[in-house]
Design a protein around this ligand. Structure first.
Ligand SMILES: C[S@@+](CC[C@H](N)C(=O)[O-])C[C@H]1O[C@@H](n2cnc3c(N)ncnc32)[C@H](O)[C@@H]1O
Length: 483
């Protein structure tokens, strides 16, 4: 405890020596009892727009500003030239960690210690612990293979650049540094001003470049998706300014946002969960579940062929920035909203399957394009068919049924031991509840399509498609006769 607060005191002295100004209404607190490490609390009420603290850029650590380039200036261009911005920051941070004394020593002494800190991000879970997360699709995103690839790439750079101090970098050290970057770093805008921005000039906004940086003090803030009350902005001098965006009462914690993540992603990236669910929770429907659902009415091979054709058509028909219709999975949010592509795909395959019942369908691109366009118009005009509702509900229910009984239980306010098992249970509950919320079909469709949605008879749509097709057949026959 004494060591913990002594480190906090030295960190505060470091901030003051480096011209960081902090509101006297704030205090860095020991929140270890709540599994939150350090955090910042308000000693007095704070109003919206009050400045919480101001950080000059000289205190940041990034590929431009660090001890490695100070010690070996010839590396500056090489670091700036690295294609992957993670690579540069990993190298400079590991160098700072290994260097016994540097400008940032008292900052590093409040960051997770590489030897003693227990990281809970999913990269550090063993197979048995991970199995408690089944059937969450977060298990497909842990990225152990990518980490090995990145480690090997960095070892090659260390050797090529002959970075003596980093030559013994182990896979474990590398993984911990990369994790610290993932959970502590900020993408800091280069040369932006908060005020006097021409908001209409979108092109100018697009040109803003970001540099991945460690930002002392800004990274002492914990996050909460429901209670977020502070954001990082910039002032005219290009300093970083943490600003209050929601009134904060005396005794309350100051919370940043780490972006709009569901609990499974908060756990994967930051090693904690929001015990009563994230504001941005979702459950996911894997494409395989949609495939197996429709394989009951169409053959499995036909479903595969259709998905291939639908992918082709959507690439042709869609704008570049629109999401692919055929994706590996689809999100179902706790706020009763799903991906629009999920609605469209189910509606499309539903109609194809019904037509197939009347006359066997072939996976022919012209034919499917016609049905694709009709379904697109239908969904665009905020309509779906009765059979869509049935298939949507059955697919969602099939996914819900994959969850273990614990997922159905309400949230406990606090985590229990063993901690990782307890966090995994929270993730499953978050996903289960999100999927269940989306069983409210009317509300979910209204949120997804931005307005109330009408359900029409399938036959009406099918007749319309088949009629149009026979009309087109007649006219193409007529054309052929003419020729
Ligand atoms: C940017 S740091 C925040 C400062 C951190 N608490 C510390 O002591 O260094 C991010 C890390 O803080 C912890 N954290 C942030 N928000 C949290 C929360 N709401 N509950 C529990 N832990 C949280 C997680 O370990 C996360 O990886």
């Amino acid at each position: 405890m004494a060591d913990f607060s002594a480190r906090t005191d030295k960190f505060i002295a470091f901030l003051q020596e480096n011209d960081v100004t902090i509101s006297p209404k704030l205090q860095i607190a020991d929140l270890r009892a709540a599994n939150q490490g350090r955090g910042i609390i308000a000693l007095e009420d704070i109003e919206i727009d009050e400045t919480l603290f101001t950080i000059p850029r000289t205190v940041l650590i990034n590929s431009l500003n660090n001890s490695l380039v100070q010690d070996q200036p010839e590396l500056a261009d090489k670091l700036a030239g690295l294609e992957n911005e993670w690579d540069a920051l990993i190298l400079v941070l590991l160098y700072e960690y290994k260097r016994k004394e540097s400008k940032w020593t008292d900052y590093f002494n409040v960051l997770p210690d590489l030897d003693t800190f227990e990281f809970h991000e999913l990269l550090f879970w063993n197979d048995e612990q991970l199995s408690d997360l089944k059937p969450s699709l977060v298990l497909d995103r842990i990225g152990k293979d990518k980490t090995v690839e990145m480690y090997e790439r960095l070892v090659a750079i260390v050797n090529q650049w002959n970075l003596e101090e980093l030559k013994g970098m182990t896979m474990e050290e590398f993984t911990k540094i990369a994790t610290i970057i993932m959970s502590y770093s900020f993408d800091v805008a280069q040369g932006t001003e908060d005020e006097d921005e021409d908001e209409d000039d979108e092109e100018e906004e697009e040109e803003v470049e970001y540099i991945k940086s460690m930002v002392p003090l800004a990274d002492t803030l914990n996050a909460d998706t429901h209670l977020n009350n502070a954001i990082l902005t910039y002032n005219k001098n290009q300093d970083l300014v943490m600003t209050c965006i929601k009134p904060i009462k005396k005794g309350e914690q100051v919370y940043n946002t780490y972006s709009d993540h569901p609990n499974c992603e908060i756990l994967r990236r930051y090693g904690y969960v929001e015990t009563t669910g994230s504001k941005y929770d979702f459950g996911e429907i894997p494409l395989t579940l949609i495939t197996s659902h429709f394989s009951k009415s169409l053959s499995e091979q036909l479903v595969f062929d259709l998905l291939e054709i639908i992918t082709e058509i959507s690439q042709e028909e869609q704008e570049d920035d629109e999401p692919e219709v055929v994706a590996e999975s689809y999100d179902c949010y706790s706020s009763k909203e799903v991906n629009l592509t999920f609605v469209f795909l189910i509606q499309l395959v539903t109609i194809i399957a019904l037509i197939h019942k009347q006359e066997p369908i072939t996976a022919d691109i012209q034919n499917i394009t016609r049905i694709y366009k009709k379904c697109y118009q239908l969904v665009e005009s905020k309509k779906v068919t009765t059979e869509f509702v049935k298939n949507y509900t059955e697919i969602l229910q099939a996914r819900i049924n994959e969850y273990p009984p614990i997922a159905k239980e309400p949230y406990d306010k606090e985590l229990k031991e063993p901690l990782r098992k307890s966090m995994a249970e929270v993730v499953l509950k978050s996903e289960y509840q999100s999927l269940s919320n989306c069983l409210d079909v009317d509300a979910t469709l209204a949120n997804t399509l931005d307005g109330s949605v009408k359900t029409i008879d399938d036959d009406k749509l099918i007749r319309n498609i088949l009629k149009k097709r026979s009309n087109e057949d007649i006219s193409s026959n007529a054309k052929r006769t003419k020729n």
